[in-house]
Design a protein around this ligand. Structure first.
Ligand code: NAP
Length: 310
């Protein structure tokens, strides 16, 4: 059998991938983590995290993920800046082509997370970076004393709207139903915040303006009334898509592309695991991503032991 470059390759350096790295190094596996940008994942751009245990006053996403990275490096995890392009099976090995060459591994943990979904409405693409954004922590400060729209009713929409109120004059939270999906504590804070106005049963139809965003056309789904809202920015928090395109037909995924795993986080391919937001899971949080990763490494360790014995 051809010896792989690594016992284990972890793809993705968010909380899930970094936790997998900590466990893999402590299990003394020959392990590499590849990350296409910087470590931290989507948690990195989360303003404030209050539901990760151990931080009674909360912690910024930047600080928390920095701690994950430092802890992984403390145990000697090798992290390389590479983007996975394709993964396939060859002669018992897992092969990953990246933008910087091919890597072989006995076992792989996919921890690639998700990216924000687009609305697909007119003006969204052309005004991206000119008033349309999916990142309140990155772009919120540009909208000091302005009026912005936030689209969605989940944790991201409500949490990020609350963050935006630090800068803006008003957030118009536009939600397509008559109740929010977000955690109750976030809902309560939004209802109490004078700077947040919720437009219920409302969908965005079109974004327009001259050089930057000026107007959002919306429709009330109950009354069918269409109106134009004067806004300076539009933040889109309409859910997420998994970053799994490099796994074309290798593993079983649900209709939205999230990867199916068993209770050991193993996918439909033996020795190939998926953890965190990219997998089909009832809850996408940092704490569950970390838990997934710990379980996956135990499975990977067993797989790797058998791999070398065969
Ligand atoms: P999400 O929970 O999927 O919510 C997406 C929201 O956008 C929903 O309210 C949905 O409406 C709405 N929506 C979807 N497509 C739309 C469209 N085309 N037009 C208008 N509205 C649309 O996504 P998320 O808020 O980004 O959260 C993703 C995951 O990360 C969740 O599991 C969440 O719990 C987690 N997360 C957790 C925290 C935290 O713990 N503090 C923070 C951020 C994210 P419907 O409600 O009608 O479906």
């Amino acid at each position: 059998m051809i010896k792989p470059d690594y016992d284990l390759v972890i793809i993705g350096g968010g909380p899930a991938g970094l936790t997998a790295g900590i466990y893999a190094m402590r299990a003394k596996l020959n392990c590499l983590l590849i990350e296409k940008t910087v470590t931290g994942g989507s948690a990195l751009i989360t303003d404030w995290i209050e539901n990760y245990p151990g931080f009674p006053d909360g912690i910024s996403g930047y600080d928390l993920t920095d701690r994950f990275t430092k802890q992984a490096k403390h145990f000697g995890l090798k992290i390389e800046n590479k983007a996975a392009k394709e993964l396939w099976l060859d002669d018992g090995l897992k092969k990953i082509s990246t933008d910087k060459g091919i890597i072989t591994a006995a076992s792989v943990i996919v921890a690639t997370g998700t990216s924000p979904k687009k609305l697909g409405i007119e003006g969204e693409k052309s005004f991206y970076g000119k008033g349309v954004s999916a990142c309140a922590t990155c772009d919120g400060p540009f909208f000091k004393n302005k009026v912005v729209a936030a689209i969605g009713g989940g944790d991201s929409a409500v949490q990020e709207s609350l963050f935006l109120t630090k800068f803006v004059k008003k957030v118009l939270l536009i939600h397509r139903r008559d109740s929010l999906r977000a955690t109750k504590i976030l809902q309560e804070r939004a209802f109490k915040n004078d700077k947040i106005e919720i437009l219920w049963d409302t969908i965005p139809k079109k974004i327009f303006g001259k050089d930057s965003v000026e107007t959002l056309t919306v429709q009330n789904l109950k009354t069918e009334e269409i109106k134009d809202l004067s806004i300076d920015g539009c933040f889109v928090f309409a859910g997420t898509n998994p970053n799994n395109d490099f796994l074309v037909d290798t593993v079983k995924k649900n209709e939205n592309g999230f990867i199916y795993t068993d209770k050991n986080m193993e996918t439909s391919v033996k020795g190939l695991f998926c953890v965190g937001d990219a997998r089909q899971t009832p809850l996408r949080q940092i704490v569950t991503a970390a838990g997934d990763a710990a379980i996956a490494v135990i499975g990977a360790e067993k797989y790797i032991e058998n791999f070398y014995e065969e």
